[in-house]
Design a protein around this ligand. Structure first.
Ligand SMILES: [Zn+2]
Length: 320
């Protein structure tokens, strides 16, 4: 049995920081609702499709935007996820810290793009504030975390433990994982316990060109993902962590549906729903994970599968 984590980072972005209040309603429509002329394909859509297939995903929800725009939009997101029987967990984008009318840290007057830029005590405080906001919005039982932009470091794990958070999925060997200071000199692939937190790294694989890639809906062809699911099972791996976003099924304009991303997501849901005897898609606290030492190597994907991904991406560009 392989533990599959379908993780959705739920966050709102305006076009820059200059005109936030005017742009927020449209940003919420595109990044949260996933509004297009063909219907809504955002957070609610992904949550419902997972439910239809008997799957439970993890929606890492960014709450700091509520310090600027109020609690209602955050409560709406939490309601949307929970109504579909899905799990709300904590995601933090520290870019919002200097945008609140009453900032948590008045001394921070310019952008902090990554949580790792904050000293340990401030990391602890901002995680505490995120938990407070989510609890007020209707999600009190948070036990898992992912840093925005995967921008965590070794100080983040004790800060999570101090807040009672048991699972972290901020480690991404393709981004900051290697220089996070967490287990330097090796790539984390499988769950392990560090500083009182179980780190469940984003799954990476080696593509046909030898490059490491995260398992993400917009970055992986469906056949690559299917191949990895079977290969991980055969290799006796513990976990496979898939990354998505609330707006993952929209194209780069964030106004149109990306039919290829939708097809990949639909195929994944059908596959996981059909093969429940081999793959279990549940929130973090409901998996039984055996912690792995030493860490295995990333699994490879056959070269032709990478070629297919490039072809699919070419088709996506031609589609508009
Ligand atoms: Zn994010």
């Amino acid at each position: 049995m392989l533990s599959v984590f379908y993780t959705v980072d739920v966050e709102v972005w305006c076009q820059g920081w200059a005109n936030l209040d005017a742009e927020f309603p449209a940003a919420f429509d595109s990044h949260i609702l996933g509004r297009t002329s063909r219907g809504d394909f955002g957070v609610g859509f992904q949550a419902e499709l997972l439910r239809e297939h008997g799957l439970e995903g993890v929606f890492f929800t960014e709450p700091l935007f509520a310090t600027r725009f109020g609690e209602q939009p955050l409560a709406d997101i939490v309601g949307m996820v929970q109504q579909a029987g899905q799990d709300v967990q904590l995601h933090l984008h520290t870019e919002w810290l200097d945008e609140a009318p009453q900032p948590l840290f008045p001394h921070i007057g310019h952008k902090r793009q990554y949580l790792r830029m904050l000293p340990p005590e401030e990391q602890r405080q901002v995680i505490e504030e995120g938990l407070r906001l989510l609890a007020k919005a209707g999600a009190p039982g948070v036990n898992a975390f992912r840093a925005g932009n995967f921008g965590f470091n070794a100080d983040t794990l004790p800060a999570l433990a101090a807040n009672g958070i048991r699972y972290d999925s901020s480690y991404n060997a393709c981004i900051f994982g290697r220089d996070s200071g967490v287990r330097p000199g090796e790539d984390l692939i499988e769950p392990l316990e560090l500083d009182g937190v179980i780190e469940v790294p984003v799954t990476i694989y080696r593509d046909g060109l030898g490059k490491l890639r995260p398992v993400q809906i917009t970055a992986c062809a469906w056949v690559e993902m299917e191949n990895l699911l079977w290969k991980s099972l055969e290799a006796g791996r513990q976990s496979l962590v898939i990354v998505s976003h609330g707006f993952e099924l929209l194209d780069a304009s964030r106004t149109r549906l990306d039919p290829i991303a939708l097809r990949r997501f639909s195929k994944l849901c059908e596959f996981l729903g059909r093969h429940r005897d081999h793959f279990r898609c549940l929130p973090f606290g409901r998996h039984t994970l055996e912690l792995t030492h030493p860490q295995p190597l990333p699994l490879p994907s056959a070269p032709w599968r990478g070629a297919l991904r490039l072809m699919e991406q070419g088709m996506r560009r031609l589609a508009y």
